[in-house]
Structures are given as C-alpha cells and as structure tokens.
Design a protein around this ligand. Structure first.
Ligand code: ADP
Length: 438
C-alpha cells in the first residue's frame, strides 16, 4: 500500500503540465489553458481535502471514503493510524479488566490510593472489610473514611514495613490487618484482610496459659506448705525420707517459679501499651538487688560489684525489677564459682541510660544468642535444669524492655563471659530526682 514517493508526485505533476502545454499549443492559447488547468487542479485538491476533513469530523463510518490519486495515501495513512490506536486501546482495556478481575478474585480488600491519599479504585471486598464503597467513595480521602487515630498516624508516617491491626470499620468485633504497598511513583496499594479469627486464637492461647498457670498455683501452694511442715520434723533427716523430701521440695519450688514466670509473662502480654509510666527509683531497686543477690551468691562466692548513677526512669517499677533481677541472677547462675560480675546503671553522653551486667562465665555461642530470648529456650538443657532455670527469664526481660521502648543486647564469648545490656530512651530517664524527693 505504501508506494508513495516524491518521484511519483513529481511525475504526475509534470505529466499534467505537459498535457496542458500540448493542449494549450494546439488550441493556440497556452497561458489560458495553463491557468484553467491549474485552477482545476487546485479545486480538485480542495475537494479531496474537504472529503477527508468531512470524514474525520463528521463521518460515521470507520473506513475512510475512497480518495483519488495521491490523496489516497493520506486517507489510507489516517485509517492505518486509527486502526493501530483502536487495537492498543482494546489491549489496554483487556489488561485493565484482567487486573480488576484479578483483584476482585483476591480474598483481601484492595484499595488503590494516590499521592493525596484519595481513593482511585477499590474492589468489592473493600466494602465488606473496610466499609469503603465503589464508586460512591471515588476521590474521597482514605483517612476521612477510616478515621481511627492509629490508622491516620500510620498512613501519615509512611513507614509500612509492619502491618497495622485495627478494629474493622465495617463490622463490630472484627479486626483487620492493613498493609500498604507503594507500587508506582504516585499510587499506593492498600491491602486489608480480616484477622478476627487469628486474633481470637491468639487471645485464646493467652487466656489458656494464664488460666492454667493460675489454676496450678493453688495446688502447688498447698504442696509447698505441707512439704515445709514435714521439713520441720526433726525425725525426717534420720529416716529414709530425708533425701526424697529435699528433692520434692526443690522440684515443687521449681514448678512454683515456673508458674510465677508464666503468669508474669501473660500479665505482660495482656497489659495495654497506654499505661501511664511512673517514676522508678532505680538506685533504690539496685540497692535491694545488691542485697538479694548476696543470698543467691552464697554458693558461688563471686565478687559482685555494683556501679550505680543516681538516675531515675519512667516506667513500671515491678516490671523493671524483674528485668534487672533476671539478668543479674543469670550472671550468677551461668558463671562458675569465684567469678567476677559487674552491674552498672550509667548515663550515656547522649542522655540515655544504660543498664549492663558483665560476667566472666560460660559465655554463649553465637548460634544460640539469636534464639536465647525465645520462651523455654535454653542452651544447655541439663545444666539449666540444675540451676532451676525455666528458659522464661530472658523472654520476660525482652517483653519488659519492649514496653519501655528498649531492647536487650548481648555480647558474649564462649568460655570467657558475657555482657547483657539495654539502653533506656532519653525521654524516660530523669536526673537526680531522689534529691528532690528527699
Ligand atoms: P533460664 O531460666 O533457663 O535461665 P533464661 O531465659 O533466663 O532462662 O536464659 C536462657 C538461656 O540463656 C539459659 O538457659 C542459659 O543457657 C543462657 N544464658 C542466660 N544468661 C546467661 C549468661 N549470663 N551466661 C551464659 N549463658 C546465659
């Protein structure tokens, strides 16, 4: 179809001109004939132009009218472009349809939002899960529709590594997990799923552990009480029941502390984040810890040194006590007799406060360090059992610290010793308050 060329145009013009010239010479009025011929040519071109324009603007047919001569090329060219465009449009339409069908088929709510956080599109499940309707809410700002403060803050903060769990705006008693995925320069995909069931299961697990620990405490208290009573009998040591009695007492004691720790953990999990922090007199706690650890230390005879700055902090005194005490008890337990243990609570140059416990003990191999704060994780099961360890201590510490916006750090060399430390954020540390308090 594409045979258009300059040559051809020039030839046609030349041929037309020559015919006119010949006719002009024959008739005897070459100028007049040439003028009339040129006029006819111009009219003819206008006519073709008219046809093309009429078809372009008013034409109802998809195919162009037949143009004649060189105009045919223009007509065909326009037609060709139009067909190409139509094909591309159809392809785009198909692609969009497939994308929408795909997102409709997802088991999650999908909302596309733009830079201004306005809704560009959403699937049907979004109505069910988030209460966002399509097309009614087209162009609405997402934070106007989902008004929970934690969601608004989450969207504003633009940090989407972690999903957010909020109560469902569409159904009472349901929870939704929201993930935000920026997928083009100016559009963001928000995916939400119903996690009610998961949350319920998690709650059931927590309740179960809490209830079991609670129910176990009473029988253990009774057992412990009677064992103590029996222990007071002077005949016991002479008879065959001396040793079994001691073992029973030890094991019941272990079970009791396990149950206590489990209860402590479930209390930590159950508490909301929004508790008002209180002043914690850390130097006073350290003082008490120092005298308590002497009792623990009676067998091992470590030298324990406390180096304490006069710093208070904001938080939960009971929780912090258990964190401090767990770390010190571990250092005593996992260091062979006659070791050195250093406990310090110091202000860092940047205003944070650091608690650290360094021992000259067994140390921990790197592969264990990552897992050591998991529940019931113990490096050497047999030895921990002897020390009465449950494997819950460090997970309690971890929980307590995360409630105080801090994190447990561990540096350890096998056979040489370990340092456990954590830093309390600056805004939770208060200076020499004990002076003011008297
Ligand atoms: P446990 O009640 O068994 O002490 P923890 O959660 O407190 O449980 O500690 C988990 C494990 O980490 C322990 O079993 C022990 O192997 C190891 N560990 C903890 N503290 C120290 C330490 N200071 N030195 C060496 N190992 C330690």
């Amino acid at each position: 179809m594409h045979h258009f060329s300059w040559w051809r145009l020039a030839w046609t013009l030349l041929l037309y001109g020559s015919i006119l010239a010949v006719v002009g010479v024959v008739v005897g009025a070459p100028l007049l004939v040439l003028l009339v011929g040129a006029l006819a040519l111009v009219l003819w071109h206008y006519w073709q132009l008219f046809l093309l324009v009429r078809w372009l603007w008013d034409g109802r047919q998809f195919t162009p009218p037949r143009g004649s001569g060189t105009w045919q090329f223009a007509f065909d060219g326009v037609y060709f472009l139009q067909r190409k465009n139509l094909k591309r449009r159809k392809e785009l339409g198909r692609l969009l349809k497939r994308f929408r069908e795909g997102t409709e088929a997802l088991p999650d709510a999908v909302v596309v939002i733009n830079e201004e956080r306005e809704i560009v599109w959403c699937n049907k499940l979004a109505t069910h899960i988030l209460g966002v309707r399509w097309p009614d809410d087209n162009g609405q700002r997402i934070d106007n529709l989902l008004r929970r403060p934690e969601f608004v803050a989450y969207i504003k903060k633009q940090q989407f590594q972690e999903p957010l769990i909020i109560p469902s705006p569409a159904q009472p008693m349901a929870s939704v997990e929201v993930r935000v995925i920026p997928y083009t320069a100016n559009e963001t995909l928000m995916v939400a799923r119903d996690v009610t069931r998961l949350q319920q299961l998690e709650q059931m697990r927590r309740d179960f552990v809490a209830n079991v620990s609670h129910e176990l405490r009473t029988p253990l208290t009774v057992l412990r009480g009677y064992l103590e009573m029996i222990g007071d009998d002077p005949r016991l040591d002479a008879g065959p029941w001396g040793k079994p009695h001691k073992m029973m007492t030890d094991q019941v004691g272990r079970m009791y502390s396990l149950v206590e720790q489990l209860l402590a953990l479930s209390r930590l999990e159950a508490r909301g984040e929004t508790e008002t922090p209180r002043d914690v007199d850390v130097p006073a706690l350290m003082h008490k810890l120092e005298s308590d650890s002497q009792a623990l230390n009676s067998d091992k005879q470590h030298s324990i040194r406390f180096d304490i700055d006069n710093l208070h902090m904001q938080g939960d005194s009971e929780q912090m006590t258990s964190a401090f005490a767990n770390l010190v008890a571990n250092a005593i337990h996992y260091t062979p007799s006659g070791g050195n243990i250093e406990v310090s609570w110091k202000k860092l140059p940047d205003g944070r406060a650091r608690f650290s416990v360094t021992d000259t003990g067994d140390g921990i191999a790197p592969e264990h360090i990552l897992r050591i704060t998991e529940r019931f994780y113990r490096v050497d099961k047999a030895r921990s059992r002897n020390t009465g360890g449950s494997g819950l201590g460090l997970s309690i510490v971890k929980h307590v610290l995360s409630r105080h916006r801090s994190r447990l750090e561990i540096r350890s060399t096998l056979g040489k010793g370990s340092t456990f430390w954590f830093d309390i954020p600056k805004d939770l540390v208060s200076g020499h308050q004990s002076v003011i308090n008297g």
